[in-house]
Write a protein of this length. Structure first.
Length: 266
């Protein structure tokens, strides 16, 4: 397998606060890679460094072997890294299809003049965006909502619109920041199915999520952060067995398995 996204010795400081401290990561082609940790662990800050929103205090980020440290987020997106955010960022009064079409901006050639005067280039780009937009909506299960205003959709479907718009970039890797946040159990199960479907189609995915069941059911490798430090990395089974992970979530006293044993003895 080939490397898609790599972070080497990444640190992100805000004054005296060490939000991320010396974190390495390597996401390979075909991975569904999870990043988990308690609240305040530095997960979103780490995502922001990887996607160019923050320039790391120290360390470097590489996309397909190319150093992208300090590169503007829009340039990183053009190079093949797309992401969604914790808070849904849609154009609520535009249709679902129009929201997805916006994602094609980096793959089309129309300028402002072309859009104003509907030049042949604009018409070609528009046909391309509509055709490909419908294909993506079919993949994510939103075809019947193409003409619906995005703001009128249920929360779970709005999340899918965000993912569809990110897919319009034809990314080498897709970063999902808490995609299951606010979803009910049925929506979460459907999202797991979608992620597995996208991965089977060749999409490499890196996801932050609080829902442990979601991560364990969808990811093949997991990185665990706590107070900005990497405390574990491995397969779901390896991470589940790691005492440091139990301590991060439950404290350094009795961890889950020992609690059950102690209660039985009492």
């Amino acid at each position: 397998m080939s490397e898609i996204l790599r972070a080497s010795g990444v640190c992100m400081y805000f004054g005296g606060l060490k939000a991320v401290e010396n974190v390495d990561m390597c996401v390979e082609k075909g991975d569904v890679y999870g990043i988990i940790g308690p609240n305040g662990a530095g997960k979103t800050t780490y995502f922001n460094v990887c996607s160019g929103i923050y320039k790391p205090t120290r360390g470097d980020v590489y996309l397909c072997g190319e150093k992208i440290t300090g590169t503007l987020p829009e340039r990183i997106a053009q190079k093949g890294l797309a992401r969604t955010f914790q808070n849904i960022k849609l154009f609520n009064y535009m249709s679902v299809l129009d929201n997805v079409k916006i994602g094609f901006h980096s793959r089309t050639k129309t300028n402002i003049a072309g859009a104003l005067f509907h030049t042949p280039t604009y018409k070609r780009d528009e046909r391309y965006a509509v055709e490909k937009g419908h294909e993506i909506l079919d993949i994510v299960g939103l075809s019947r909502y193409a003409d619906t205003k995005a703001g009128n959709l249920p929360y779970g479907l709005q999340r899918r619109v965000e993912i569809a718009r990110a897919l319009a970039l034809d990314p080498k890797i897709l970063l999902l920041d808490e995609p299951a946040a606010g979803m009910n159990p049925n929506e979460t199960r459907d999202l797991v199915v979608l992620i597995k479907k996208l991965n089977a189609m060749g999409c490499t995915i890196c996801v932050i999520e609080h829902d442990m069941k979601f991560v364990m059911n969808s990811c093949n490798r997991i990185l665990v952060l706590n107070f900005g430090i990497k405390i574990s990395e491995g397969t779901p089974e390896e991470v589940k067995r790691d005492r440091a992970v139990h301590e991060a979530y439950f404290g350094k006293g009795i961890v889950a398995g020992e609690a059950v044993k102690a209660n039985a003895e009492n």
